[in-house]
Structures are given as C-alpha cells and as structure tokens.
Design a protein around this ligand. Structure first.
Ligand code: HEC
Ligand code: HEC
Length: 497
C-alpha cells in the first residue's frame, strides 16, 4: 500500500519540478517590473484565468481525496508491523536472558523443559538437588501476572531466586516482560502437556518405590563425608610435606615458556617445556602418593599424571607444563582443605553428625510411605502418584529436595496441609473443591469457606484430565491420605518443599 503513496508523491514531485522549469524559461522573456506591466482584463480574469485556477483546485482536491484515505489504510498495517517487530525483538532479548548459562536455563533446563538446582537440605545439611519445574507448560497452570510474580519475587524457602528489581533482583520491568514473552513462545501444545503429566505420574511412582534405597545411599554418603573429615588430622603432616614439595618443583616457572635459554627455569630441562627434568621425574610419584593417602576425597579432580622429561607433550594432546600446573593446583587445594578440616574438626563434624542423625530418624520413621490399602478411592495408587507428581512439591515439605521427605504426604509445605478433614472444612461440597482445583487461587480473591487466595495455587484444568481431577478430589475428600499417623512437622518452618 505504501508503494502507491510513494508513486503518487513521486509523480507530484516531477510535475512540480516541470512547472518550475517551464516558468523559469518564461520568466526569462520579459524584464518589465510587475507593478508597471498591465494586468489581465476582467474578461480574461473571469473566464480563462478563473477556469484554469478552478481546474487546478479540482485536481488538487481529488489528489487529497484519494491520498488521505490511502494513508490511513496503510497506517494501521504499518502500526501492526511495528508491533510485530517490537514483539520479535522482545522475544529475542527474553531468550538471551532465559537461555543464558547463568539464567533460567541453568535450573529450568534449556527451552524450559525442567531441571534441578543444587541445594542443601536445610534440616540435615545434606547436599541434594531441588527439582525446578518445567516452564514450557507454565501458562497452563498460571496466568501471566502470576508467572510474573514468581519471576520478580522468586519463591522464598526454595532455590528460586528473585529476578525483578522489586524483589531484589537485577532485571527491570521491561526485561521481565521480555522473559515472559519468550516463555509464551516456548509453551508446548496441550496434548504434549497432558502426555508429560502422564509420564510425571510414572516418575512419581518410581521415586516413591525407590525412596528407601535412595535414603540408604544418602545415609552412606553422609557417613563417608564424616569418615573423610575424621581422616584429616592424620593426613595433616603428609599434606604439608607433599604440598610444599610439589609447589617447590614448579615454583618460579614462567607461565609462558618460549624455549628461549634466557627464560629457561633453573635446572636441566631437556625437552624445554618449562618443567625441569627433576619436576617431571618427581611430580607423578608425589601425586600418586597423595592419591593413595586419600587426598582425592578432598579434591575430587586430583588425578594421576604421566610426564616424560624428553617429551613436552607426553600424552600427545596437552602440554606437560599445563597438566602439571593444573594438578599441582588440585593438590594444593586438597592440602588446604585437609588442614582447615583438621584444625576445625569439631565444627566440621557437628553439622555432618546432626545430618546423619536426622537421616537415620527419617529412615526409621519412613514418613514418606503411603498405605494405599487404607484408601477408599477408585484407583488409590494413581491418586497418590497424581498427588505426588502435581501437588507434593508444594503440599509436602521436603518433596522437591530429593527423597529426603521427612514429612507425611500432604502434611503441608509451601501450601497448607491437606490432611483430612481439611478439604471438607474448607469446601462445602466436592464440587467446590473441584472448581478450585480447575482454576487455582487468585490473588486477593477468597475461596472456599475461609481461604484467602494469593494466586500461588496453580490451576490444573488445562493440564490434567477431568477423570484425574475427579480422582484427586475423592482422594482429598476421604478419611486419610494414606500417610503415617504422625503429627506433621511445623509447616511454617521451611517455606517451599
Ligand atoms: C538456581 C536455580 C533457579 C534459577 C536460576 C531459576 N529458577 Fe525458577 N525455580 C527454581 C526452583 C527450584 C523452583 C521451584 C520452587 C518450588 O519447588 O516451589 C522454581 C520455580 C519457578 C517458577 C514457578 C513454577 C511453578 O510451577 O511453581 C517460575 C515461573 C520460575 N521458576 C521462573 C524462572 C525464571 C523465568 C527464571 C530466570 C529468570 C528462573 N526461574 C531461574 C529454580 C531456579
Ligand atoms: C506451586 C505450589 C502449589 C502446587 C503445585 C499446588 N498447590 Fe495447592 N495451594 C498452594 C498454595 C500456596 C495454597 C494456598 C492458596 C494461596 O496461597 O493462593 C494452596 C491451596 C490449596 C488448597 C486449599 C487448601 C485450604 O484448605 O485452604 C487445596 C485443596 C489445594 N491447594 C490442593 C492442591 C492440589 C490437589 C494440588 C495438585 C493437583 C495442588 N494444590 C498443587 C500451592 C500449591
């Protein structure tokens, strides 16, 4: 459309130039001052002159009559195109923030497929991972404002940090909007969301079935850590000796050894690689000794090396100099940790042993176990797995931090306890509860008998089937969730779980 406008303007421009040209030629003919030359007669003014002027105005009016509507027709398109480009640029900027290795993808996975964040289980101090939910289906659970809230403020008590300026993060409002625009782009089609929900039910079943074994492994790891800490005092003298010997062997060597005799380190260096023959002969044995003593428990990257004083690239790929300096770095790190641990043994052991005791109690109580036989719903296993796949991360404290869920199913976490008769007290009929599960809570809007929504509870109407939601309603409406009969831990203790 704008092409037509351009053509019209072009033609008008050419006509104007032609007019100027013709009148300039005419102007050259006579040189009489305008006030002295006789003007046109009345007849001429009222006929030829007036007709011509009127003709020109009709043409001009016609031009405006066509071009103004044309302009307005193209204007709306132009604005729409402008908005499109604006949105595309915003999505690209959002993608950069999201997929940045230090951005959302680091925990939520590339493309928001879901991932995990490294964290510590707060009650035991045990290193664990906290699952970070998929975000490529987030708009099926929350509306844009609710998602924005989580991004800006993060989720207290979980590894989800605050990203918006208001929450103490670094992104301004436009940057958060960019991320939201990108997240809208990566949403899966609904059939895939429902298929994923099905596989999550399977994973929840496996997690529950493997909980005992996983807890056993965690206990062993915790015991190993204690053993390692206890070994530090006995290693201290060797650490000091080996550490000093290794650093002396490579000390004072130029970082970039060019092979020039003037830069050559003191001592014979047959292959001129920046490491003396003495260093190449002695370092591998020193590192072997450190490894056999258990230094590898303090720096897991410490590894045996092979150096040949007549070959600058003994393993054929890397410079001996680089390999040796990297491993001496790991050795020094292990030495430092051994000495710090040995000097602060009590302080180091205390939290580790508390964690062990906590894990042992959890292993004895097995609070994660569910007695599906006691449930009266149609398909009790599925009900429990549905709950664990979709609800437990907020309604069972500890669920997301691996298998260390030391609380009974549904006993509360980030969201309130759902243990019966809670649902029957909060909702007057199963239908009320069903409606609430379909749409979730809304910020500032009351729900049930006394609920005050904050918009934190997602809606499941778009991601779970009607049958599954019915099953969950029956499960929550029943006499028990099947968990052990123990008073729940204080759910306000740790935010999310
Ligand atoms: C350090 C890890 C980490 C990073 C980085 C991170 N998140 Fe999260 N995020 C989490 C975890 C863990 C949760 C789940 C918290 C819970 O269990 O309640 C979460 C939850 C969320 C939720 C709520 C999801 C739901 O269904 O409850 C949204 C939305 C979200 N993150 C968006 C983002 C965005 C956008 C970014 C990047 C700007 C980001 N996150 C970066 C760890 C992270
Ligand atoms: C992202 C965390 C989260 C998830 C996931 C979640 N909820 Fe909630 N839920 C909450 C929060 C928080 C509340 C309290 C309302 C609010 O703060 O907006 C709540 C409230 C509720 C209530 C009302 C409780 C009462 O007595 O006031 C019920 C029932 C409920 N959730 C059931 C479920 C079920 C069933 C699922 C899984 C299908 C689920 N929730 C998944 C966070 C969550």
């Amino acid at each position: 459309m704008s092409d037509i406008v351009l053509i019209v303007v072009g033609v008008a421009g050419i006509a104007w130039l032609a007019f100027l040209f013709v009148s300039s030629i005419r102007a050259g003919e006579e040189e009489v001052a305008p006030n002295l030359s006789p003007f046109l007669s009345n007849e001429e003014l009222e006929t030829v002159r007036m007709d011509r002027t009127l003709g020109v105005s009709i043409v001009l009016v016609g031009f405006l009559a066509v071009s103004i509507p044309l302009y307005f027709l193209t204007e709306t398109n132009r604005q729409a195109r402008f908005e499109d480009t604006f949105l595309e640029e915003s999505i690209l900027r959002g993608e950069e923030h999201f997929e940045d290795p230090a951005g959302c993808a680091q925990c939520h996975g590339g493309g928001g497929v879901g991932g995990a964040a490294a964290t510590f289980e707060p009650r035991s101090g045990v290193a664990t991972t906290w699952s970070a939910p998929a975000l490529n289906d987030i708009f099926y659970r929350y509306d844009r404002e609710e998602v924005k809230f989580w991004i800006v403020y993060g989720r207290a008590g979980s590894p989800m940090p605050a990203w918006g300026l208001e929450g103490g993060g670094a992104f301004n409002d436009q940057e958060v909007e960019d991320i939201l625009n990108y997240m809208l782009e990566i949403q899966l089609p609904q059939n895939e969301v429902i298929a994923n929900a099905e596989s999550a039910v399977g994973s929840a079943a496996n997690l529950l079935a493997g909980a005992d074994a996983a807890m056993e492994t965690t206990l062993e790891e915790q015991q190993d850590e204690i053993d390692v800490a206890n070994s530090a005092p006995g290693l201290k003298d060797d650490a000091t000796r080996i550490g000093a010997a290794a650093t002396n062997l490579i000390a004072g060597r130029p970082e970039e050894y060019e092979g020039e005799p003037s830069q050559a380190p003191a001592g014979v260096d047959t292959d001129r690689d920046g490491l003396t023959d003495e260093a190449e002969n002695r370092l591998p044995a020193l590192i072997d000794e450190a490894l056999s003593l258990g230094f590898g428990d303090f720096d897991g990257a410490l590894a045996a090396i092979d150096l040949d004083p007549r070959n600058p690239m003994t393993n054929g790929i890397d410079q001996d100099f680089d390999i040796a300096t990297a491993q001496v770095g790991h050795l020094s790190n292990a030495v430092l940790l051994i000495r710090v641990t040995a000097d602060n043994l009590d302080k180091t052991l205390e939290p580790l042993e508390e964690g062990l005791a906590w894990l042992e109690a959890a292993q004895t109580n097995k609070l994660w176990e569910v007695d599906t036989g006691s449930l009266t719903v149609d398909d009790p296993e599925r009900a429990v797995n549905l709950f664990n796949a979709n609800c437990a991360r907020c309604h069972t404290s500890g669920w997301s931090s691996g298998t260390m869920f030391a609380n009974p199913i549904g006993s509360g976490g980030f969201g309130p306890s759902l243990q019966p008769p809670r649902a029957r007290l909060q909702f007057t009929t199963p239908d009320d509860l069903r409606n609430f599960l379909y749409s979730g809570s809304e910020s500032g809007v009351g729900y049930g008998v006394s609920g005050i929504g904050r918009g934190y509870m997602p809606g499941f109407g778009a991601s779970l089937t009607a049958e599954d939601i019915d099953l969950i309603v029956d499960y929550l409406w029943g006499e028990s969730l099947g968990g052990p009969d123990v008073p729940p831990a204080d759910p306000t203790e740790e935010g999310s779980g």
